[in-house]
Write a protein that binds this ligand. Structure first.
Ligand code: HEM
Length: 408
């Protein structure tokens, strides 16, 4: 890549950390005003095209000429140290890293597990799980309580464990390793060890499911692939890895941030409490406002593509910044305002196009039930520390909070 990095932002590394816990970095607005797509320096090293406007972002994500294969040279890994690409190369790609017909077939095989209809049948069980952890919170002696450990992590972890057929008793093991994997500043050796231990754990779990199938997603996928003659152990481990990680870490962060966001905007919380039917709308707005998975929507061009007034050459990397797109004032009026009645359904917090989040219906149901139940059952919930003292995940690939002390 030979073009100069964008004017005035030559020193900045992207993604830029959110200085204010609630605002997209000012650099994103600056860049957006210059052009929809610009060349930037990446935090993980190297350069890539950076898409800051919503229409161009969706256009890139819908275009099959951009590949999701993270093993390819120049695939932008903005959150990675040098070992990240090696990790992607050391395992067969899971759904998120596949392209074309291979991706379509793998996705089709999973989609029935995540439909709106199927998720509706899980609602009562998710409600039970949420109530169980809120009961435990209410029974806690001594305040404050860390909401991350009491509710944000346990709810999506238990739900995804039951869906996949992973023993929930192992939650400390996989949560700790996931936290290290997403933490940019974690020691690379610890990240690598966590990666290997998680793969080994899931490998053994899958062997066990082959011997003793259960009524769960992993067992159904194994049986289907064995019947088709397509079963490969390493591929199944990659899929298990993706579903377990994506299934708990993302929603957990959205629960924490949604709670802080609402507590910090009492007018919005009051609107929600007065009319809980607005919860689905509020969830969409919180997804937009925080856009926690900012750069998973990275791609590499497989041929020259003209878009947003520039030519992305074959082999060049491109990052669709979900956060920049979801704060595009051309699409969302006053994007810096949390407005739960906005109707923000066209956000790209779940991505867009063929790779749009497979678990989005699950995440929506979990978030709706959590916000609805939490503020109904603990209406006096409040932060136990000033919001500026909350340790936000400015050093992680998925935004959130490491801890969230609350009281009531
Ligand atoms: C608030 C919660 C969540 C957010 C913000 C989120 C965000 C995203 C985003 C932005 C992508 C697109 C990546 C790309 O374009 O390459 C994605 C893909 C994916 N997500 Fe989620 N996700 C969430 C919850 C979940 C859950 C609960 C699951 C359940 C297993 C899940 C499973 C997946 C999978 C399997 C993919 C890959 C889909 C594909 O490549 O076809 N996610 N997610």
């Amino acid at each position: 890549m030979t073009e100069a990095v964008s004017d005035g932002l030559a020193e900045a590394e992207f993604p830029v950390a959110r200085g204010c816990p609630f605002a997209a970095p000012a650099e994103y607005g600056q860049l957006r005003e210059q052009a929809p797509i610009s060349k930037v320096r990446l935090g993980g090293g190297g350069e890539a095209w950076w898409v800051s406007r919503h229409p161009e972002g969706r256009a890139v994500l819908a275009d099959h000429r951009f590949s999701s294969d993270r093993r390819k040279e120049n695939f932008p890994l903005p959150n990675g140290d040098a070992t990240v690409r090696e990790r992607f190369r050391a395992q067969p790609p899971s759904l998120i890293g596949m392209d074309g017909a291979e991706h379509t077939a793998a996705r089709r095989a999973l989609i029935s597990e995540f439909t709106v209809k199927r998720l509706a049948t899980l609602r009562p069980r998710i409600q039970e799980i949420v109530d169980h952890f809120i009961d435990e919170m209410l029974a806690t002696e001594g305040h404050p309580v860390d909401l991350v450990r009491a509710l944000s992590l346990p709810v999506p972890s238990m739900v995804i464990c039951e869906m996949l057929g992973v023993p929930y008793a192992d939650h400390d093991f996989f949560q700790e390793r996931t936290a290290a994997l997403v933490r940019r500043t974690a020691d690379p050796a610890i990240r690598q060890r966590g990666f290997e231990e998680l793969r080994a754990y899931l490998g053994e779990l899958i062997d066990h499911k082959i011997a003793e199938p259960g009524d769960d997603l992993f067992s159904r996928q194994i049986a289907r692939q064995q019947a088709e003659g397509t079963y490969e152990h390493a591929n199944m481990v990659s899929l298990a890895f993706l579903l377990l990680l994506a299934g708990h870490e993302t929603t957990a962060n959205m629960i924490s941030l949604g709670v802080v966001g609402l507590l910090n905007h009492p007018d919005q919380l009051a609107t929600l409490k007065a009319d809980p039917d607005k919860t689905p709308l509020a969830v969409e707005e919180m997804l937009r406002y925080f856009t926690i998975v900012e750069t998973a929507t990275s791609r590499v061009a497989t041929e020259d593509v003209e878009i947003g007034g520039v030519t992305i050459k074959a082999g060049e990397g491109i990052v669709v910044s979900g956060l920049a797109a979801d704060w595009d004032p051309g699409v969302f009026e006053n994007p810096d305002q949390l407005d739960i009645e906005r109707g923000a359904r066209n956000h790209v917090a779940f991505g867009f196009g063929p790779h749009q989040c497979l678990g989005q219906n699950l995440a929506r149901v979990e978030l709706q039930i959590v916000f609805d139940t939490l503020f109904r059952r603990i209406p006096t919930l409040r932060l136990a520390v000033p919001v500026d003292d909350v340790p936000f995940k400015t050093d992680a690939g998925i935004y959130g909070a490491w801890e969230l002390p609350v009281t009531w």
